[in-house]
Ligand binder design. Structure first.
Ligand code: PMP
Ligand code: GLU
Length: 398
């Protein structure tokens, strides 16, 4: 038997990716599965972005680039942060990585170690927990409740801070709840953090996927002092339907960015040269496709929320951002089917896959076992059919 490092045994495979892979495997076997699993826009990458990559290949941009990314892309990121977020950065304060997941992983590796504590509001995106565990630090989970819109309260944050607290990971709009923090709410959290040596990792990946006139703000934008200790994480995957291109980035204090670059120089080297040129076009080129995609996501959100709330025993909050719904299904716990009793979110997700050919992610993977997550980054047709199947499977429970 091969002996693996004890480090790798501290984490589990990404459940969002594992469930999606399982759904795809069942599809390949001929099962008609409707997937509400991984959060991945179903749209194609816009043509002008693809063409920028084609041009990059033709021009021979197929070699190593600087480890931290080409200056042209760094400048485009700096331009975006100024234009959209009114934040000023220098080139030495920006690093481009192989997707925002890689960016976050690099940050947890260069910042945290044994004995540190990292605050993670829950429900959280699945990978934060495992990345923090892999760094040796202890995740400190701050539970939020639906009644508070799944947002942490200042007193809660205050109560969680200890001498060992190194950072908090913020994510607004949130995966999985779709919660969006207002500037006022962030300012109140900023007041708690002011004067403390606590870093903020602000995962802004769903910045542009926002509805109902809500305005995106991150904590760096509301408090100048906190800004100096904030690292912004963002990328092109969600906004531009570019999940496969693998481009993400961080902007923040120079020392942190230099450490991430050093780490990257020993693992991936630069992110893919061609994808960097495509990301540059995504940020600097025509933005019309973003509006079109967000309008379509909004229609799908309205349909999926309405259809979920029409199912007895299911209650779904209206999310104001991202492309996930996170309905409460706990009223169904205790009900049974031929295969057994549904006692938790994993049982319910397994039942839906078996009995309804529908893939969803159990809430327990996001730190809340009363809910399930559905990604509505899929066609309205799939949403309508999938929800009919869920409704009928719920009716069959006794
Ligand atoms: N943060 C959150 C909250 C996400 O949902 C995702 C989705 N994959 C990522 C980061 C990473 O995105 P990517 O690596 O594709 O840039
Ligand atoms: N972020 C998406 C999700 O939460 C994609 C899969 C992943 O990277 O976890 O489903």
């Amino acid at each position: 038997m091969v002996k693996l490092s004890s480090r790798i045994s501290t984490i589990k495979p990404s459940p969002t990716l594992a469930i999606t892979a399982k759904a795809n495997a069942l599809k390949a076997e001929g099962r008609d599965i409707i997937g509400f699993g991984a959060g991945e826009p179903d749209f194609d990458t816009p043509d002008h972005i693809k063409m920028a990559a084609v041009r990059a290949i033709e021009k021979g941009f197929t070699k190593y680039t600087p480890v931290c990314g080409i200056v042209e892309l760094k400048d485009a990121i700096i331009g975006k942060l100024l234009r959209d977020n009114q934040l000023t950065y220098k080139r030495s304060e920006v690093v481009v990585s192989c997707g925002a997941k890689h960016t976050l992983y690099n940050l947890t590796q260069v910042l945290f170690e044994d004995g540190d504590e990292v605050i993670i509001p829950s429900p959280y995106w699945v990978s934060y927990l495992d990345m923090v565990l892999l760094s040796g630090a202890r995740p400190v989970i701050l539970k939020t409740v639906e009644a508070a819109g799944f947002k942490i309260l200042p007193e809660q944050l205050k109560g969680a801070i200890t001498a060992r607290t190194r950072a908090i990971i913020m994510n607004s709009p949130s995966n999985p709840t779709g919660a969006v923090y207002t500037a006022t709410e962030l300012a109140a959290l900023g007041e708690i953090l002011a004067g403390k040596e606590i870093l903020v990792i602000s995962d802004d990946i769903y910045e542009k996927i926002i509805y109902d006139g809500r305005k995106f703000t991150n904590i760096a934008g509301v408090d100048e002092e906190v800004r100096k200790r904030t690292v912004i994480v963002n990328g092109v995957s969600k906004t531009y339907a570019m999940t496969g291109w693998r481009i993400g980035y961080a902007a923040g204090p120079e020392e942190i960015i230099a450490a991430v670059t050093k780490l990257q120089s020993q693992n991936t080297s630069n992110p893919t040269s061609i994808a960097q040129w495509a990301a540059l076009e995504a940020l600097n080129g025509n933005q019309d496709s973003v509006e079109v995609m967000v309008a379509e996501f909004r229609r799908r959100r309205n349909t999926i929320v309405e259809m979920l709330n029409a199912i007895p025993g299911v209650a779904c909050m209206l999310p104001h951002g991202a492309f996930y719904v996170f309905p409460d299904v706990s009223s169904l716990f205790g009900r049974s089917h031929s295969g057994g009793i549904i006692s938790n979110s994993s049982d319910f997700a397994a039942y839906l896959l078996d009995a309804a050919d529908v893939a969803v992610i159990p809430g327990v993977d996001f730190g809340n076992d009363n809910h399930i997550r559905l990604s509505y980054a899929t066609s309205l047709k799939n949403i309508e059919e999938g929800l009919k199947r869920i409704s009928s499977a719920v009716k069959r429970l006794s």
